[in-house]
Design a protein around this ligand. Structure first.
Ligand code: TYM
Length: 328
């Protein structure tokens, strides 16, 4: 069976964009792959986090994974920092990456823009090598991600090929999987910009654990245009197109079908339907989340997968160390 691997980092609260762009795919694909999904907690350290908040968000992501339908029968769930081999391989990959290629990562360019060198952590720069390690450690065949992470998966491919050429076949070369619709959910107030965890407080971002009424209000006040006709046109109608994608993803129906349903509606009616759909989705998810947190089942699941992921990663790192000539 082919392997799937992906993760979410606990910087800020998990958003509807993370669900539609990534998590939803993990759930849909889990039965067709040997699946590994983790909390990328070491990735959160590229910026400062309050330690208690960080730990709370790590637990929340695990509970959200389960609440969204990741099933331990099919998916091995784990926390990155609990498997120390990730950072071992990351160092080796950093030493096989070039300043040039890491400088070309658009996320690095965006996040460091306008900041002086003293304000950017070295981790922000080398972070894609850690992400490559996450993927290559497990010989992942496919990596479902939103479009903003595609370039990082492509770097992982390049690093795998470079290493294999230098030292002999060691790593599987992974494929990014980007969903056809919903690969990028936009900010509700600024539909040119990605809906992002780092803008949690904004009116443009819906969080999975957010108060339902507040989420509905955000949909109702989403920026649109003045045409008052509902159809998908990403260039000229980014706000309406974003709402159409959100509705179609949550409802599980094609965009064309959604356009048909709302062809005679005005923006107010359409937004109300989208708000209702989001509210239903959030409230069902949040009920499951609460039950999972209260049951304490997440710890048991994580404890059970730890040995499995450790063994896989240890074997890979030993193979790498032996090939590159470190140790005895
Ligand atoms: P992160 O935590 O920023 O995002 C998690 C996943 O959600 C997707 N995503 C979106 N998709 C659609 N619309 C949006 N507005 C949106 N915002 C985020 C992201 O593309 C991602 O798939 N570096 C990664 C985490 C990571 C990882 C890995 C992923 C670490 N190691 C190995 C895959 C494999 C990150 O920061 O994602």
């Amino acid at each position: 069976m082919k392997r799937l691997l992906s993760g979410i980092k606990p910087t800020g609260e998990v958003t509807l964009g993370n669900y539609i762009g990534a998590l939803r795919q993990f759930v849909e694909m889990q039965k067709d792959y040997e699946s590994f999904v983790f909390v990328a907690d070491l990735h959160a350290l590229t910026v400062y986090n309050d330690p208690n908040e960080l730990r709370r968000r790590i637990r929340d992501i695990v509970a959200i994974y389960l609440a969204c339908g990741l099933d331990p029968k099919y998916t091995t769930l784990f926390i990155q920092s609990e498997n120390l081999y990730h950072t071992n391989l990351s160092w080796v990959l950093e030493c096989n990456s070039y300043m040039g290629e890491l400088s070309r990562m658009t996320q690095f360019k965006d996040k460091s823009k306008g900041k002086g060198n003293e304000a950017i952590s070295c981790g922000l720069f080398t972070y894609p090598a850690l992400m490559a390690a996450d993927i290559l450690l497990y010989d992942a065949d496919v990596v479902p991600v939103g479009v903003d992470q595609k370039q990082h998966v492509e770097l992982a491919r390049n690093l795998a090929e470079r290493f294999n050429n230098k030292y002999g076949t060691t790593f599987k070369v992974p494929e990014p999987i980007i969903s056809k619709a919903g690969a990028k959910i936009y900010d509700l107030q600024n539909p040119q910009k990605k809906m992002s965890k780092t803008d949690n407080s904004s009116k443009g971002c819906i969080m999975l654990l957010e108060d339902i009424e507040s989420a509905k209000k955000k949909i109702m006040s989403a920026v649109t245009d003045s045409e008052n006709r509902i159809y998908y046109d990403k260039e000229n109608k980014p706000g309406i197109s974003n709402l159409l994608v959100i509705y179609s993803s949550l409802k599980g129906i094609a965009l064309e079908e959604v356009e048909q349903v709302f062809k005679d509606s005005n923006y107010g009616e359409f937004k109300k339907s989208v708000a209702e759909e989001v509210a239903q989705f959030l409230s069902s998810l949040q009920n499951k989340y609460k039950a999972i947190i209260e049951s304490g089942e997440a710890d048991k699941i994580l404890d059970e997968s730890n040995e499995k992921v450790r063994q896989i990663a240890e074997a890979k790192v030993k193979d790498v160390f032996s090939k590159i000539g470190v140790g005895r």
